[in-house]
Design a protein around this ligand. Structure first.
Ligand code: NDP
Length: 243
């Protein structure tokens, strides 16, 4: 029986849900962080929970609300002791068509609150659990992935998507800081651009299936690539992204 335990935020739909589904299929224990635990918001997760008895735990994690993150980490520490993998996936893409002149600053702050500070809150409260995992000899699967976007590439800046691009660029910096902080630990840490996917965020014209991206991300976690000391911004096929 595999002992790998994985936390994913924004797990009720889109890429998050695909990552949960694929992880369950591999026999991993999955912690699905969700903003809302209302029945209609977690129906697909509830179905998976019945299908994969004992393998899936649904946790209320609104990444903008530190108390929910702290409570979730305490709940996991109490029952499961540790996590091997954390995937910061929850995000929003707002103010899409806005020019800088029209930009709503509160909406911009909301994007930072979810896309940048959300992962920060999650790592703040779950890092003690992931560090603990090294005592279980599963280091090779120990990972922290921040789901980023090519919209954050400084060398590929385009007009528009100000809140999203800026908040994901800041997320990439968080990834690099975390790598510096945890340099001595055997944890695979990276910012991952998952590609343009057919989800609520990506829309119906997107070329990529989130299930395929999820599969690629799992391969990356199971066989972590060597990354440059200075940049861990890669796509789901482990190609280095331009920072
Ligand atoms: P979706 O819009 O389909 O899903 C977003 C998820 O984030 C939902 O589960 C949503 O929950 C959750 N979420 C939003 N706000 C919060 C919050 N405050 N607390 C907790 N969860 C929250 O997005 P995708 O699946 O397409 O995107 C997944 C990741 O991939 C994101 O990080 C995105 O930026 C990135 N990405 C996506 C691309 C694409 O083409 N789709 C391209 C590049 C990057 P709820 O249902 O409750 O709102």
């Amino acid at each position: 029986m595999l002992l790998v335990k994985v936390l994913i935020t924004g797990a009720n739909r889109g890429l998050g849900l695909s990552l949960i589904e694929t992880g369950l299929g591999k026999g991993y224990t999955m912690f699905a962080g969700v903003r809302s635990v209302a029945d209609e918001d977690i129906a697909k997760l509830q179905k998976l929970k019945n299908e994969y008895e004992g393998q899936l735990r649904i946790l209320h994690i609104d990444v903008t609300n530190e108390k929910t993150v702290r409570d979730a980490s305490k709940a996991v520490a109490f029952t499961d002791q540790y996590v091997d993998v954390i995937i910061n996936n929850a995000a929003i893409l707002n103010e899409r068509e806005k020019t800088i002149e029209d930009l709503d600053i509160h909406a911009t702050m909301k994007a930072f609150d979810i896309n940048t500070l959300g992962p920060l809150r999650v790592i703040k409260h779950f890092l003690p659990l992931i560090k603990h995992s090294s005592t279980y000899s599963v280091e090779e699967n120990t990972a922290i992935l921040n789901i980023s976007s090519e919209a954050a590439s400084l060398t590929n800046a385009y007009p528009g998507d100000y809140p999203y691009g800026m908040s994901k660029a800041a997320l990439n910096m968080f990834t690099e800081k975390l790598r510096a902080y945890l340099r001595e630990d055997k944890i695979f840490i990276a910012s991952v651009h998952p590609g343009w996917m057919k989800t609520d965020m990506g829309g119906g014209n997107a070329p990529k299936d989130p299930a395929k991206t999820a599969k690629n991300i799992w391969s990356m976690i199971e066989n972590p690539p060597e990354l440059s000391d200075h940049c861990a911004f890669i796509n789901d096929e482990t190609l280095l992204m331009k920072i």
